[in-house]
Design a protein around this ligand. Structure first.
Ligand code: ARG
Ligand code: ZN
Length: 501
């Protein structure tokens, strides 16, 4: 099958550069690891910080990304109004953040990488602020106590990524400019390249966007297009995203697009944005999304958002990203498996979000398994079993090149490594074989429903699996997620010992 050939190429490419750990399996080429960079620009402004007895914590406590996210407040809504100069890639405008204090605080932190902050106000009053690396500290004009509403307006401008040396052609994260367009791919830490944000998946929020570009450029973003205001040669695209989403799932797409709109068989409106140069062959790969939604609704429960679609940039991105309701693709990596994989993230990753990055298999293992389920649905159980066996064999054979860490704790540098995807998928398959189809799909639906538009950890999933099945499943999950050795799948006569000498 196509995906096998693809996999073999990935293995070959990885062996060639002697690292198998840093590529994102089905949707990724070997790319530089997206670790938050240490920017080497001067913090601005320099001033004597005001008395600050109750600073909000500058991290949310994620073991993988100490600095990311912030404590002391919770964001409800971001309203992002930006003018984008397509000739120079300069952005300018404001982000308005509606938040609530979770404790007594005299300052709060946001993440913002590079860019120049001109002005900050809090509840209408001018606020002092400081920059230090990725952290933007806002000193509250008046101390806040638990439950206080905070409206923070940050006025800023600059060229995203400018002066930050980790940004290069191979750095596939954040605001990516390519002259005839802009791609925004935020996972895991790219959101702060273009707007000030509480950059952790645990703090979900709704969004509205007003993005202004010169004609003939067009703008797409998450959610619903509310309208386009034209003024002279400029157009402002107003989009809203009414369900709360994690910062890394926010996307804006700028380019010239052909828009393909229809309603899928289960009633979900679909709007695809194809870059004008994208070939018919590539567009064809997205024709089955309506059927895929209908199938996934059967096995996972109702589609969790109001709308779906993709933006396919006419660029060889080397990855796809499940930005909520508007999945980002390049002009490669668009085969049926990747299309199904990304769509399934709407349930697993986007609606049910992560509590911590360590549990990334809850996103990638689930989405990889979802595309295997699509294979089973479309081409039969035998085709799926063949895929499973093939993937098992690859995991066993190439064990020594894999991350050497359990997928339940892969390390921040291995979030998108092959084994997170495929061993994650096989974990679900092992569960299915242990509890039977009926119970297995009940587990998936219960999990998708209970944590809809919220966040879950591995322990939450295991608890549901045990609750729904009535079985003790610690041993199964421990072997698959927290041990390095690949467990056997006796039901399929798959034993790691047969592949590793
Ligand atoms: N979550 C994406 C996928 O499975 C992979 C994203 C990789 N990150 C990146 N910045 N390229 O489908
Ligand atoms: Zn994925």
């Amino acid at each position: 099958m196509k995906s096998k050939i693809f996999f073999v190429i990935l293995i070959a490419a990885s062996l060639a550069c002697n690292t198998i750990s840093n590529f994102g399996a089905a949707t990724d080429t070997p790319v530089a690891t997206p670790i938050p960079p240490e920017p080497d620009f001067e913090p601005t402004p320099t001033f004597e910080a005001p008395p600050n007895p109750n600073p909000g914590p500058d991290g949310i406590g994620d073991p993988y990304f100490e600095d990311l996210g912030n404590g002391g407040y919770d964001v409800q809504h971001y309203s992002i109004a930006l003018n984008v100069e397509m000739g120079s890639n300069e952005i300018s405008g404001s982000t308005t953040i509606d938040a609530e204090a979770l404790q007594q605080i005299t300052s709060l932190n946001l993440e913002l990488l590079g860019l120049t902050v001109e002005e900050v106000t809090v509840n209408g009053e001018a606020a002092l602020f400081d920059r230090n690396g990725i952290e933007l500290t806002v000193f509250l004009p008046e101390a806040a106590v638990e439950g206080d509403p905070l409206q923070i307006v940050i006025v800023y401008y600059g060229v995203p990524g400018e002066g930050i040396d980790v940004f290069g052609p191979e750095y596939s994260e954040g605001w990516i400019y390519y002259e005839t367009g802009v791609v925004v791919a935020g996972e895991p830490t790219g959101a702060s390249t273009w707007y000030p944000v509480n950059e952790h998946p645990i703090d979900k929020a709704t969004y509205s966007f007003a993005i202004t570009v010169d004609q003939p450029f067009e703008v797409a973003a998450n959610g619903i297009l509310e309208g386009v205001d034209e003024s002279g040669s400029e157009s402002t695209y107003r989009w809203t995203m009414d369900d709360p989403i994690a910062p890394y799932l926010v996307t804006v797409a700028i380019g010239e697009f052909d828009i393909d709109e229809y309603t899928g068989p289960s009633g979900v409106p679909i709007r695809n944005y194809f870059g004008v140069g994208v070939s018919e062959n590539v567009r064809e790969n997205f024709a089955r999304q309506g059927d895929m939604i209908a199938f996934f609704e059967e096995v996972f429960g109702p589609y969790p958002f109001d709308v779906y679609g993709v933006v396919v940039h006419d660029q060889d991105l080397g990855f796809a990203l499940e930005s909520a309701t508007l999945v980002v693709f390049g002009n490669s990596f668009t085969d049926e498996y990747v299309v199904a994989h990304e769509l399934s993230h709407m349930w697993f990753g986007d609606s049910v979000g992560l509590k911590a990055w360590q549990d990334i298999w809850l996103n990638e293992g689930f989405a990889t398994y979802a595309s295997l389920l699509w294979t089973e649905h479309k081409y039969g159980r035998e085709a799926m079993d063949e895929e499973i066996s093939f993937n098992y064999e690859q995991l066993a054979t190439y064990a020594e090149f894999l991350i050497g860490r359990p997928i339940g704790d892969p390390g921040s540098e291995n979030l998108f490594s092959f084994d997170v995807y495929y061993r994650g998928a096989l974990t679900l398959h092992a569960l299915r074989l242990a509890v039977g189809d009926e119970v297995f799909f009940e587990i998936l639906r219960t999990y998708a429903e209970r944590y809809a538009h919220s966040n879950a950890a591995t322990a939450d999933f295991i608890a549901i699996a045990e609750e729904v099945s009535g079985q003790q499943l610690d041993d199964l999950f421990d072997a698959w997620l927290y041990q390095v050795d690949l467990p056997d799948i006796p039901e399929m006569e798959l034993s790691a010992a047969d592949f590793v000498e």
